[in-house]
Structure formats: structure tokens, C-alpha cells
Design a binder for this molecule. Structure first.
Ligand SMILES: O=C(O)CCC(=O)C(=O)O
Length: 278
């Protein structure tokens, strides 16, 4: 599945590109399914959030209770000042999250496929739990940036044992907003944690206030079907997509089976949908 050398590179760099992990048909199946989900989604309930004076609280709540649901999040630049969408619904959604891998049969089949399971085993996560999934659209023209971060800031475990699997469902280039990463940056510890504070609010707990040295970022351009493995402590980001091409990706986060998963992480599961492994 992956060679000794690749494992070594992953350990040193904190990320690893595995080309041709998914074939054309698998990528297209996930894309078609995401398109269907968007078709079925009625934006009225979410758009209504933008027309209330409680906008911030409701937006936060919609996000913070999405760990065990399939929910739809719009691009920040999707709306006109009057709350209407600038582009059609299909071209306005930033991502779908965060339990596609448990609630949608097509995403579940892919996420728990033999190949993904073997990959997890190859990096020592054979007994891992599938914590989070996202379908990220990075829409043409309005695809928003994701600022530099470590995934462990948002999905913290003790000990830190999390890996992100980022599947390119289309070619990802500098032009359409590919990932960028700081090679080896996972060896410098965790900078912050995003924790639940009182009254449903979130706050950052800062361990190291030094800003990222973004000069060290390198672009990780990949072809459709590639998988990028991301260590939970790896600083990475993506820039805006101002091109006319989308940049669809599917991501899955795995955590070690024996880790402690804190109750003050944003992502929580209700009793009806406990975390599962492969
Ligand atoms: O796909 C992207 O543009 C960024 C995704 C990412 O960094 C994340 O979800 O942690």
C-alpha cells in the first residue's frame, strides 16, 4: 500500500501524496452523489439564518451541532447584501459536513472501502475511528480561503493521534486553490485549541502565539484521484479560488482507537450515532 520510503517521508514532512489512490469512476461517483445531495437540499432554512438579527448565534449553532449530521455550508461570498444568493445554489456551497461517512451510503462505502482500511493500517491506524468527513467544493470565482491551521486545533485528542485523508476529486492546482503545507511543521507542537466555552461559545486556547512562518509554505498540487495524508499537527492552508474551475475534494479524519476525545471539542456525536471504525 505504501512503501517504507513513503512512510519515512510522511514522518519527516508531515504529509504524503499518494497518486492514483482513487480511480476516475470512484471520484465521479462521489461527485455525482454530492451533486444529488445538493439538489435535495433546500437552502431556505439556512438562508433564513442570514436574515435574522440572531445570525451569528444561529450560524454557530448550525455548525456546532453538525458533527453527527449532513449539513450544507455556504461560501462566505455567496450572498448579496439582501441575503439572496449571487450564483445558483450548486455554485454557492462551500462544503457538506460532517458525518457523510456514517449517514450517506455512497460516502460510507468509499470511506470504509478495503483500500482506505488498508491505507489506515499501513500508517498504524487499523483500529481507528472515523471522526469527520467533509465534501469541499472550492467553488469557481468565490471559493474562500482556509487560513493556516493544524487539524488538531479543531479535532484535539490525547495523545494527539489524528490523520486527515484528503482525496482530490478534481485536479488541484495553485490556480484553483490547492492545499499548501509547511514541510516538517508538524514537529513544532500544537499552537492552539478551539474549545467550547460557556453558553455555547467557542474560544481559542493559545499555547504558542507566534504566527506561522508562511514563507515556508509549499503548494501541494495533485491530480484527480490523488490522496494527501495530513498529520494532525501539520500547518496547512488553501488560498481563494478565483479561477473558473472548481476544486472538489473529499476529506476524512481518523483518530486512534485508544485516544481520549474531549467533551470540549466542537465536534460531538449524539448517543444515536456513536463513532465507528472500519
Ligand atoms: O480543502 C481545503 O481547501 C482546506 C481543507 C483543510 O485544510 C481542512 O479541512 O483542514
Amino acid at each position: 500500500m505504501i512503501s517504507e520510503q513513503q512512510l519515512k517521508n510522511y514522518g519527516e514532512q508531515g504529509f504524503l501524496v499518494i497518486e492514483n489512490f482513487a480511480d476516475e469512476a470512484q471520484c465521479d461517483e462521489l461527485r455525482a452523489r454530492a451533486e444529488e445531495l445538493v439538489q435535495e437540499f433546500d437552502p431556505a432554512e439556512v438562508v433564513s439564518i442570514f436574515s435574522t438579527h440572531e445570525q451569528n448565534r444561529l450560524t454557530d449553532e448550525y455548525f456546532l451541532t453538525s458533527g453527527d449530521k449532513i449539513r450544507f455550508f455556504f461560501e462566505e461570498n455567496a450572498f448579496n447584501a439582501d441575503g439572496t444568493l449571487k450564483y445558483e445554489k450548486e455554485k454557492s456551497i462551500n462544503k457538506i459536513g460532517h458525518a457523510l461517512h456514517d449517514l450517506d451510503p455512497v460516502f460510507e462505502r468509499f470511506s470504509r472501502s478495503q483500500k482506505v482500511k488498508e491505507l489506515a493500517a499501513a500508517i498504524g491506524l487499523e483500529d481507528s475511528l472515523l471522526l469527520q468527513s467533509m465534501y469541499i467544493f472550492k467553488q469557481p470565482n468565490i471559493g474562500g480561503e482556509v487560513t493556516c491551521h493544524q487539524d488538531s486545533t479543531f479535532l484535539y485528542t490525547e495523545p494527539i493521534d489524528i490523520v486527515g485523508l484528503w482525496f482530490a476529486l478534481e485536479d488541484a492546482t495553485v490556480e484553483n486553490g490547492c492545499l499548501w503545507a509547511i514541510p516538517g511543521g508538524h514537529r513544532n507542537g500544537l499552537k492552539s485549541r478551539w474549545v467550547r466555552a460557556s453558553e455555547g461559545r467557542m474560544k481559542f486556547e493559545i499555547f504558542d502565539a507566534e504566527p506561522w512562518d508562511e514563507e515556508q509554505l509549499v503548494p501541494v498540487e495533485v491530480a484527480k484521484g490523488s490522496l494527501i495524508l495530513l498529520h494532525g499537527l501539520l500547518p496547512h492552508r488553501s488560498f481563494e479560488n478565483r479561477s473558473a474551475r472548481s476544486r472538489h475534494a473529499y476529506t476524512l479524519h481518523l483518530i486512534g482507537a485508544g485516544v481520549e476525545y474531549p467533551e470540549d471539542n466542537w465536534l460531538q456525536r449524539g448517543a444515536t450515532l456513536p463513532l465507528k471504525g472500519f
